[in-house]
Write a protein that binds this ligand. Structure first.
Ligand SMILES: Cc1cc2nc3c(=O)[nH]c(=O)nc-3n(C[C@H](O)[C@H](O)[C@H](O)COP(=O)(O)O)c2cc1C
Length: 287
């Protein structure tokens, strides 16, 4: 059985309803090689929002009675959550350095000191050849004069997208200090030696994860992953320099870096650095 969100005929409200139609086929390079039984029985609302056509109209008795309560409770939860209510650091943009890198390093260090969990994790946005965007979380490996470093498999979605269109954006959000940084630029893939050296400097877990490989391919079963992961951990233990040819270090050379300091009175400070004519230009942005 599939669940969809459909418009209620009388009230104009939206209800969850079971959807009795074929699972729409995914197309493109990420299309699964086969449909999992679980997916056919419990597809997401997103599947049903773009029906492949056909199927029968569900009966009204199929409407889940608790759906409205769930939706109301969810909206109340969202309205009750707050941002920028902690005591936040001041940021004087007039005292900011001429280049963004020292400020980025300082803000990351201050986020770590303020207890932000995993401040080195970031969102990476890429787009495919048609311009369709994707985001995901990644670890920052370094930030230096060359740019912001991260690593992944060349054959993953992000890897394929970066090969076709080497432009990307990074986003950091450090809630405890009310700070956001976003960075945009061109991405270059490092060579195999530098990529391998970066991987082998990391933890055995990072090597084992990289050895598993096949990132972003459709997984047939969790058992398959468990077997591959056990073998990868064993190999990482035996062979700490094991090669992972698809593992690639990427460096994003920034052209724009924006620092956002949140403020309880919503008088947020936004300082944007733009690279042009061989130097960095600074400008303030309205929040
Ligand atoms: C906290 C966190 C850190 C992650 N770090 C990495 C990373 O450094 N490299 C990576 O390839 N995937 C990392 N992932 C997994 C990615 O978010 C993503 O699921 C995976 O790279 C596949 O993305 P893609 O299909 O868009 O290529 C991380 C996920 C989380 C939640």
């Amino acid at each position: 059985m599939r669940w969809s969100v459909t418009g209620g005929r009388e009230s104009g409200q939206r209800f969850f309803r079971p959807c009795h139609q074929a699972v729409p086929a995914r197309t493109g390079p990420d299309a699964p090689s086969r449909t999992l039984p679980g997916m056919a029985e419990h597809p997401t609302h997103h599947d049903a929002a773009r029906p492949a056509g056909g199927g029968t109209r569900p009966a009204d008795s199929d409407v889940r009675p608790d759906a409205d309560d769930d939706a109301r409770a969810f909206r109340e939860l969202l309205r009750g959550l707050r941002v920028w209510e902690a005591e936040l650091p001041a940021f004087d943009p007039a005292r900011a350095p001429a280049e963004p890198l020292p400020l980025f390093r300082r803000w990351l260090r201050e986020a770590a000191e303020a207890g932000v969990p995993e401040p080195h994790t970031m969102t990476l946005a890429t787009a495919d050849a048609a311009g369709d965007p994707s985001v995901r979380t990644l670890m920052l490996h370094d930030a230096d004069e060359r740019g912001w470093h991260f690593a992944s498999h060349r054959g993953s979605r992000k890897g394929r997208e970066l090969a076709a269109r080497p432009r990307a954006a990074l986003g950091f959000y450090w809630a405890a200090v009310g700070r956001q940084v976003r960075i945009r630029g061109t991405v270059t893939a490092a060579g195999p030696e530098e990529s391998a050296a970066d991987l082998h400097r990391r933890s055995p877990g990072a090597l084992a994860a990289a050895l598993v490989g096949r990132q972003s391919e459709v997984l047939g079963s969790t058992g398959e992953l468990a077997r591959a992961s056990d073998a990868a951990w064993e190999r990482a233990r035996r062979e700490p320099d094991a090669p992972v040819p698809s593992w690639t270090l990427y460096v994003l050379r920034a052209e724009e870096v924006e620092f956002f300091q949140g403020d309880a009175r919503r008088r947020h400070v936004r300082l944007n650095y733009r690279y042009g004519g061989g130097c960095w230009w600074r400008e303030l942005l309205w929040p």
